[in-house]
Design a protein around this ligand. Structure first.
Ligand code: DGJ
Length: 806
C-alpha cells in the first residue's frame, strides 16, 4: 500500500514493513524510516511523522548549509532518498552528471508524484513483474534546480513478499547532451553506524563465500568489474546489526536485477549515519544522454525482516520465485539430468552419448545433456566458438539424429552452447573480425583462448538470435545450457563512436537481454540453464530469462555445502543446480561418500555429471535408489522453504574463505544442517553433514526449522546398508576366520554381507523437532558397532524425512 499525506510524506507498506520518506522544505527527500511495520491510530499519521523527523536548527561546523533560507540543513548530515554531488553532501553520491557547461553539480528537488497499479517496465532490461495485479508503483519526480533534467525515482511494492524495489530513470529535457558518470538504483540512509555489511565473495569454483565486515567508519565497497555480475562478488548483500543470527534479529537484504558490473557501498559517515547504495558500477561506466533521451538504472530489490537471516531469505526466495522467474518453467518440476562434461569432457560422440543415455535411463534419469565439444573442430578449448555447426565425425547423424536416438531411449535431450563467445581460430572470426570486442590495432588479452562478441552491436545480436534459433529448432531439444567462460578485458566496440566507449559494458548487457528475451520467447518449452564458468553470472537479470543457473563448476560436496549455503541467503533452491559427480572429485581430488554427494545436490535442482558407464554395480544401484528417492521428494526440495540451521554462523575467518576450506560454512562447530519444508508445511527434508570425525563424540541433535509447531510429525531416515569394507580390518573383530584388508576374500564377503545402518523413527510435534531437536542415534565411537550406531565418517551426512501424521 502506498499513501501520500498532506505534509508531502510518502508511506509505503508491505505486510510486515513500513518505508517512509517526506519532502523537505528545500525539495530534497528525507528518508524517515524503513523497518518493522508501524501501526498508527487513524488520524495520527501526520503527528506520528514528526517523531521520525530529525530536528535541525543550525548546520554543523565546517559543513555546507544548503541555502540562505534553509541554513539549518546540511545535506551531509541528512538521511536522503537520493544524493548528488556538489551541494554539500560529500558522502557516496547516487548520481554524478557532467553538464554541457562542464559543471558537475546536480541538485534534484521534488516536482510531483504518481501512484500506478502496475510494476516496472524497462524495455529489454528485465524487471520484476506481477501476475496478481496487486503490485503498486510510486513514481516520485524530481527536477534539477538548474538544468532541464528530470529524475524519476520508482518504488514498486510487493506486499506479501515484504519486498520493495527501486529504480531511477533520468530524462534529458534540455537541448544539450549530459554525461552520466554514475546513476545508481538504490540509496538507503539509516540513522546509526556500526552495521555489518555481509557480502558473498569468491572466485571460480569457490563462489558465494560469506564475508562479514563491520562498518563503523568510512566506505566499504563490494563490486564487480568482470563485465558479469561475477563470482568475485555477487550483487546480493545484507546489512544488519552484529547480533543478528539465522533466527532472530534485524536484517536488510538487497539485490539488483542486473547481470553486468555492479557496485554496492556501505558508508558510515562522520556524523554516525549509515548510507547503503547499489547499482551499476560507476568505475566502468560513462554514458552520453542526448536531448530527449532517457536512461533507466536497473531495478534494485530491498527486503527487511526482524526475524533473522532465514526469514529475510524466505522473503527473497518468494520474491524470486513469484516476481523474477517467468515463463513455462516458472513452477514446473525440473527433470533429473545427466551432463556429459565431467563424464567425457570434449571427447564425446554419438556412440558415447547414447551409451551414457542408456545407463542414465537405467537409473531413472530423465534428461541427457550434451555439453561442450559437439561443434566445429572443438576437441579442446582453443578453437571453434562461433562455428555452430555439428562436427560430423562426432555426430554423423547430426543433432536431430542424436536427439531422436536419445528420445527413443526414453530421455529428453539437451545441449550446451556458448553463443556470446568466439575463438580467433574460427570461421566466424575470419569472416567478421569487426564483431569482436577489441581495441583496433592493439594486442588483445585472452581468457580461455576466447574473445567476446560485441553484443552492443544489433547486427551481432541478430546473428546470435538467428544461429541459435536454427540450432534450437533443428531437433527435439528440451534443454539448453547457456555458458559464458571469460571475463571482459580490452573494452572497445567498433560499433560505438569513440565518445561512447564507456557505454560498452552496459550496452553489452542490454544486447544480451534482447537476445535472451527473443530466444526464450521463441522457444518457451525449452528449459534454459544459465552458466558462466559455473557461478560467474548468478543474478536476478539472468533468472528473469533462465529459470535456473549452474551454481559452480565445483562439484565437491564439501565445497558445495558452503557454495549452496551462500546462494541460499538470496536465491531459492529451485534456481540453484547441483550435480553428483565422481570421486576423487575433479576439482579438489577429495573423496566424499556418494551418499553425501547426493544429499548435498538433492537440496538444489539435482543432476549427475559422471561416467555412469564406468561405475561399479553398487554405485549404480545406489544412484538408482537416490534418483527414485529424489523424485518422491522433489516437490518439497524444489519448491519448499529452505532454512539454514547449525553451521551458518556469522563472521567467517578470512583464512578459511581464502583457502577455499570454508567448506563447512563458517562454522566453529563441525556440523551443518539444512531443512526444506513443503509450502503447506506437511512435509520436510532435513540434512546433517559432518566435516571431520571427532573421536568419542557420539551424540548429535538435529533441529528442524519451519514446521508447524503443534502438528505431529513422523521423523525417519532412509536406512542404509553399509559396506563391510568401510571398517577395514576391524572385520576381524567379528569374523570367525581372518580376513586380509584389501583382499579378494574381503571383496567377496562385501558382495554378500552388508552391515545394517541405523534406523531413526520417532513421532514428535513440530515444536519438539525444532526446539528440543531430535537426538540422533549414537555415532561410531570405536567401542562397538551394530544397527543402533550411526556410521558417520569424515564428510558423512544423512538426510531425514518428516511427514505430518494424519
Ligand atoms: C564451463 C562450465 O561451467 C562447465 O560446466 C562446462 O560446460 C564447460 N564450461 C564447457 O566448456
Amino acid at each position: 500500500m502506498i499513501n501520500h499525506t498532506d505534509s508531502n510524506a510518502f508511506l509505503i507498506e508491505t505486510d510486515n514493513t513500513s518505508y517512509i520518506f517526506k519532502v523537505l522544505p528545500t525539495g530534497q527527500l528525507e528518508h524517515l524510516y524503513y523497518g518493522k511495520k508501524l501501526t498508527v491510530p487513524e488520524g495520527a499519521e501526520e503527528e506520528n511523522l514528526d517523531a521520525l523527523t530529525e530536528k535541525h536548527a543550525f548546520y554543523p561546523g565546517n559543513t555546507i548549509g544548503y541555502d540562505q533560507e534553509h541554513l539549518q540543513y546540511s545535506l551531509e548530515d541528512m538521511r536522503l532518498e537520493m544524493s548528488s554531488y556538489g551541494k554539500g553532501d560529500i558522502r557516496e553520491p547516487f548520481i554524478c552528471l557532467v553538464h554541457a557547461d562542464g559543471s558537475r553539480t546536480s541538485d534534484f528537488v521534488y516536482d510531483s508524484f504518481e501512484i500506478k497499479n502496475e510494476s516496472l517496465s524497462l524495455g529489454y532490461m528485465p524487471a520484476s513483474y506481477d501476475e496478481s495485479g496487486k503490485a503498486q508503483t510510486l513514481c516520485v519526480r524530481l527536477k534539477d534546480a538548474s538544468y532541464d533534467l528530470l529524475l524519476e525515482l520508482n518504488y514498486v511494492v510487493y506486499a506479501d513478499c515484504d519486498v520493495i524495489t527501486r529504480n531511477a530513470r533520468l530524462i534529458n529535457k534540455s537541448e544539450e547532451a549530459v554525461q552520466i558518470d554514475r546513476i545508481l538504483s538504490m540509496q538507503l540512509d539509516l540513522d546509526r553506524a556500526g552495521y555489518v555489511f555481509t557480502t558473498f565473495r569468491g572466485a571460480w569454483a569457490r563462489e558465494m563465500q560469506r564475508d562479514d565486515c563491520l562498518v563503523t567508519g568510512g566506505k566499504h565497497i563490494a563490486s564487480s568489474m568482470t563485465g558479469t555480475s561475477s563470482n568475485r562478488c555477487n550483487p546480493f548483500f545484507m546489512v544488519h546489526p552484529i547480533e543478528t543470527n539465522e533466527d532472530a534479529g534485524e536484517v536488510y537484504g538487497f539485490n539488483l536485477v542486473y547481470s553486468g558490473n555492479h557496485y554496492e557501498c556501505v558508508e558510515a559517515s562522520a556524523f554516525g549515519k549509515t548510507r547503503i547504495c547499489s547499482g551499476i558500477n560507476p568505475e566502468s561506466f560513462c554514458y552520453r544522454l542526448d536531448p530527449g533521451e532517457s536512461f533507466d538504472a536497473p531495478e534494485a530489490v530491498m527486503t527487511y525482516s526482524r526475524e533473522g537471516f532465514n526469514s529475510m531469505s524466505r522473503n527473497m526466495h518468494r520474491f524470486v520465485r513469484e516476481h523474477i522467474v517467468r515463463g513455462e518453467w516458472k513452477k514446473k518440476t525440473r527433470p533429473v539430468l545427466l551432463n556429459s562434461w565431467e563424464a567425457a569432457y570434449f571427447d564425446i560422440n554419438e556412440g558415447k552419448l547414447t551409451r551414457l543415455a542408456k545407463a542414465a535411463k537405467e537409473v531413472g534419469i530423465e534428461l541427457l545433456v550434451m555439453d561442450d565439444g559437439w561443434f566445429g573442430e572443438r576437441d579442446n578449448d582453443s578453437c571453434s566458438l562461433g562455428d555452430w555447426e555439428v562436427n560430423p565425425k562426432k555426430l554423423p547423424h547430426g543433432l536431430k539424429g542424436l536427439a531422436d536416438k536419445i528420445n527413443n531411449i526414453g530421455l529428453e535431450f539437451g545441449i550446451w552452447v556458448e553463443p556470446e563467445m568466439i575463438n580467433e581460430k574460427s570461421k566466424l572470426f575470419e569472416k567478421h573480425p569487426e564483431w569482436v570486442i577489441q581495441i583496433p590495432g592493439k594486442p588483445h588479452s585472452e581468457g580461455r583462448n576466447q574473445r567476446l562478441l560485441d553484443l552492443s552491436n544489433p547486427e551481432v545480436q541478430d546473428y546470435i538470435i538467428d544461429r541459435m534459433s536454427t540450432i534450437f529448432g533443428s531437433a527435439n531439444i528440451s534443454y539448453v545450457k547457456w555458458d559464458m567462460n571469460r571475463i571482459f578485458s580490452d573494452y572497445y566496440s567498433l560499433h560505438l563512436e569513440k565518445e561512447r566507449q564507456g557505454e560498452l559494458a552496459h550496452r553489452y548487457i542490454l544486447g544480451l537481454y534482447r537476445v535472451m528475451k527473443t530466444l526464450t520467447e521463441g522457444f518457451p518449452a525449452i528449459l534454459f540453464e544459465g552458466c558462466s564458468a559455473g557461478g560467474n553470472r548468478f543474478d536476478l537479470g539472468i533468472l528473469s530469462y533462465f529459470p535456473q543457473i549452474w551454481a559452480s563448476d565445483d562439484t565437491d560436496a564439501m565445497c558445495r555445502l558452503a557454495i549452496q549455503t551462500g546462494y541460499s541467503y538470496g536465491y531459492p533452491m529451485s534456481t540453484v543446480t547441483a550435480h553428483v559427480s565422481d570421486c576423487p572429485n575433479h576439482q579438489t581430488l577429495r573423496i566424499t561418500p556418494l551418499e553425501t554427494r547426493f544429499n548435498v545436490a538433492a537440496f538444489g535442482v539435482l543432476g549427475y555429471e559422471c561416467n555412469l558407464c564406468d561405475m561399479k554395480k553398487e554405485e549404480i544401484a545406489a544412484i538408482k535408489a537416490q534418483v527414485e528417492l529424489y523424485k518422491e521428494w522433489r516437490e518439497t526440495l524444489q519448491w519448499g522453504d529452505f532454512y539454514r540451521g547449525k553451521g551458518s554462523a556469522a563472521m567467517p575467518s578470512v583464512s578459511a574463505s581464502m583457502s577455499g576450506t570454508a567448506a563447512v560454512p563458517y562454522s566453529s562447530d563441525n556440523f551443518s544442517e539444512w531443512t526444506c519444508v513443503s509450502p503447506d508445511g506437511k512435509k520436510a527434508v532435513g540434512m546433517v553433514m559432518q566435516r571431520l570425525v571427532v573421536p568419542n563424540s557420539p551424540f548429535h541433535c538435529y533441529h528442524a526449522r519451519g514446521l508447524k509447531g503443534e502438528a505431529l510429525y513422523h521423523f525417519y531416515n532412509r536406512v542404509l546398508k553399509i559396506d563391510v569394507r568401510e571398517f577395514g580390518d576391524l572385520i576381524n573383530t567379528a569374523s570367525p576366520i581372518h580376513v586380509k584388508k584389501d583382499s579378494l576374500l574381503l571383496d567377496i564377503i562385501a558382495k554378500f554381507v552388508k552391515m545394517d545402518g541405523e534406523t531413526e523413527d520417532v513421532k514428535a510435534s513440530g515444536d519438539t523437532l525444532m526446539e528440543g531437536g531430535v537426538h540422533l542415534k549414537q555415532a561410531f565411537g570405536a567401542t562397538g558397532y551394530n544397527g543402533e550406531v550411526r556410521h558417520f565418517q569424515d564428510f558423512g551426512s544423512r538426510i531425514y524425512f518428516m511427514e505430518e501424521c494424519e
